[in-house]
Write a protein that binds this ligand. Structure first.
Ligand SMILES: [Zn+2]
Ligand SMILES: [Zn+2]
Length: 136
């Protein structure tokens, strides 16, 4: 199950909600890969097809700031674990509107205010973020 984050700007009052984490539909590889470009999809499928099928994948959705669109998005981070490599291979989803590489923010860091975020409307760093529900 994922969580719903609500942001409120203390300066201009702008509010927004973001569904982060992962949900039921994120168990379907084809659906998840819709967020990626063709060359990346090919690369991901190649890795998953290797390792005699012993690789595992997971996806986590995070808030990410697209500087090109000047707005916060929810974009996927795709992880693949293979027996051959100690470290997970990571693929960051790009902005759906413009194809830009957005700047990802860890949900836990945002919630614990170790990472402060800017308001896309007024540019002030006075956004408060809290959990307001769950989704699946
Ligand atoms: Zn604002
Ligand atoms: Zn964008």
């Amino acid at each position: 199950m994922g969580i719903i984050l609500k942001t409120v700007c203390g300066n201009c009052g702008d509010t927004a909600t973001f569904r982060v984490g992962n949900g039921i539909r994120d168990a379907e590889l084809d659906r998840v890969l819709e967020n990626y470009e063709e060359d990346e999809i090919e690369q991901i499928r190649k890795i998953l097809a290797g390792s005699n099928g012993d690789s595992a994948w997971s996806v986590d959705r995070n808030m990410a700031y697209c500087a090109h669109c000047s707005s916060w998005k929810v974009l996927p981070v795709f992880y693949i674990e293979t027996p051959e490599k100690a470290e997970k291979q990571v693929f960051f989803g790009k902005c759906k509107e413009c194809g830009n590489q957005a700047e990802f923010c860890d949900t836990e860091l945002i919630l614990t205010r170790r990472k402060k975020i800017y308001c896309p409307k007024c540019g002030k760093m006075e956004i408060s973020v809290e959990k307001c529900g769950r989704w699946d």
